[in-house]
Design a protein around this ligand. Structure first.
Ligand SMILES: [Zn+2]
Length: 489
């Protein structure tokens, strides 16, 4: 933990200096992150010359003032008529594989290319690929009065949030104060209790109710966070071409901006999951604020798609037993990404490149060495990637997924629900017929592991100890696990 704190501190310093826009999935102290992300998102519309992540962020999150992508507009993610993802005007960036610049050219200061338009248009009433899911609802029309301000923690006094708070009744939610800022260094007292709190951020603890790895060896759980964005179209076209399905963890504030992108993701057979409204570290919020963050995002997805996800991913992986209990009480199973003892988190570090913290070559080299350790795991793994920025999409399309497809032994790329043997119907409450998924709240949540750098590998030792494993959980036998009180320290 001391090392973690040190690393976090180091990255804080670097990030602050760099004025980065990156999604700091391991560095949490940036309350402004969501605002930065919002600014970056709206400013990276193709044709905008001010969209490079190196340009200084606006000091205030005036996302709603965006002129190019007003919330609810049926945006294809690009106003450009370009049909491929090759960079537009800047001749200085040559085209490499898959229309993406060479790795050495991908940097936070690179000129902006253009994103692909969406491949398809779906009309209300269309039948989704999820059996039992309702037809696509009436086209989403954004009305500012219907929604909280984007990229801000929603008001908890609204009638909607007050109603959702009632979902917590009867459940045992740990009575803890929010952490200072979701970081270990920001809240040493809470960090000292990290393991007993099940705080993934400080101590790496996961619980049996978390989905942290694909159970099958060499399965690669593909996930993209923080969209929908102007660049999602480029990614979606690539995924379609390669017949890859992924899980998209979407931010509510982005969903209402780009409903057409979300529809494309869903109708193409990708999984949709909740990634909060304003992308704050959830442990730093009150119970009511967490409810508001999850509730509004859940509602935004439901309004656009007609279905309500049964899963969620905490921004920065910032989850503890209080956040878990609230998510589970609201019918959402937490999904994180895999950490392995030998290689650390399966994080592509694309966000670090977007933030100018590392160069693309270094980032990709690091990730390849992580991948090299996949064979040491007894399970598969879940990889963290992002579709919010051009750079992260370039890395995915040109390099990371390419490496996955050409790896030996071959990886099997799947969405996380699929790799976890969760039927597609279970992923949304409207189509779900399984009464044991999502799991209900646990009085005491069994610790899956408490080592800061293990989850996938330890699940096997858990099983050896007579304890439950991830695959056991997803088999739908969860109710029994609630009775188990066993902290592994
Ligand atoms: Zn995120």
């Amino acid at each position: 933990m001391r090392l973690h704190a040190l690393v976090a501190l180091l990255f804080s310093a670097v990030a602050l200096t760099a004025g980065t826009h990156a999604q700091h999935h391991h560095h949490r102290g940036h309350r402004r992150q969501a605002e930065l992300a919002a600014v970056a998102t709206t400013s990276t519309h193709s044709g905008s010359s001010s969209s490079s992540p190196s340009s200084p962020p606006a000091s205030t999150p005036t996302l709603s003032s965006s002129t190019t992508s007003s919330p609810g507009s049926i945006s294809t993610g690009s106003s450009s008529s370009s049909t491929n993802s090759s960079p537009s005007s800047p001749a200085s960036v040559p085209t490499g594989q898959n229309g993406v610049p060479p790795l050495s050219m991908i940097s936070s200061g690179m000129p902006t290319g253009t994103s692909s338009p969406l491949a398809s248009t779906y009309t209300p009433g269309a039948t989704p690929p999820v059996p039992g899911a309702p037809p696509l609802p009436t086209a989403f029309v954004f009305n500012a009065a219907d929604w909280p301000a984007q990229d801000k923690v929603p008001d908890t006094n609204s009638p909607q949030v007050q109603q959702w708070i009632q979902e917590l009744e009867g459940f045992d939610i740990p009575d803890w104060s929010p952490t200072a800022d979701g970081t270990c260094v920001g809240d040493p007292a809470a960090a000292a209790e990290g393991k007993t709190r099940g705080w993934w951020t400080c101590g790496g603890t996961t619980r049996d109710t978390d989905i942290t790895a694909c159970p099958k060896k060499y399965d690669w759980g593909v996930s993209f966070d923080d969209g929908p964005s102007p660049w999602s179209g480029t990614l979606l076209n690539y995924l379609s071409k390669q017949a890859i399905k992924a899980t998209f963890f979407v931010v509510g504030s982005r969903v209402i901006e780009r409903p057409a992108v979300l529809i494309e993701e869903y109708m193409a057979g990708h999984e949709i999951s909740v990634h909060t409204w304003s992308h704050r570290p959830l442990t730093s919020l009150t119970n009511e604020q967490i409810v508001a963050e999850l509730g509004w995002t859940r509602m935004a997805i439901q309004k656009v798609l007609g279905v309500t996800p049964t899963t969620m991913r905490p921004p920065y992986g910032d989850i503890d037993d209080r956040v878990r209990a609230i998510a589970l009480a609201m019918g959402m199973v937490p999904i994180i990404w895999t950490s392995a003892p030998s290689s650390g988190p399966f994080d592509t570090n694309d966000w670090r490149v977007a933030g100018g913290l590392v160069n693309a070559t270094t980032s990709f080299d690091t990730f390849q060495s992580i991948l090299g350790n996949a064979s040491t795991l007894s399970t598969g793994f879940i990889v963290l990637q992002h579709d919010l920025y051009e750079i992260t999409v370039d890395l995915a399309v040109g390099y990371t997924l390419n490496a996955a497809l050409t790896h030996n032994p071959p990886f099997s790329l799947k969405p996380i629900g699929t790799c976890s043997n969760i039927p597609a119907t279970n992923m949304y409450s409207e189509s779900n017929q399984n009464t044991t998924f999502p799991y209900t709240n646990h009085t005491v949540i069994t610790s899956k592991n408490s080592n800061s750098s293990s989850s996938a590998a330890q699940s096997s030792s858990n099983t050896a100890n007579g304890r439950v494993s991830v695959s056991w959980l997803v088999a739908g036998l969860v109710g029994v696990g609630c009775a188990v009180v066993h902290l592994m320290n």
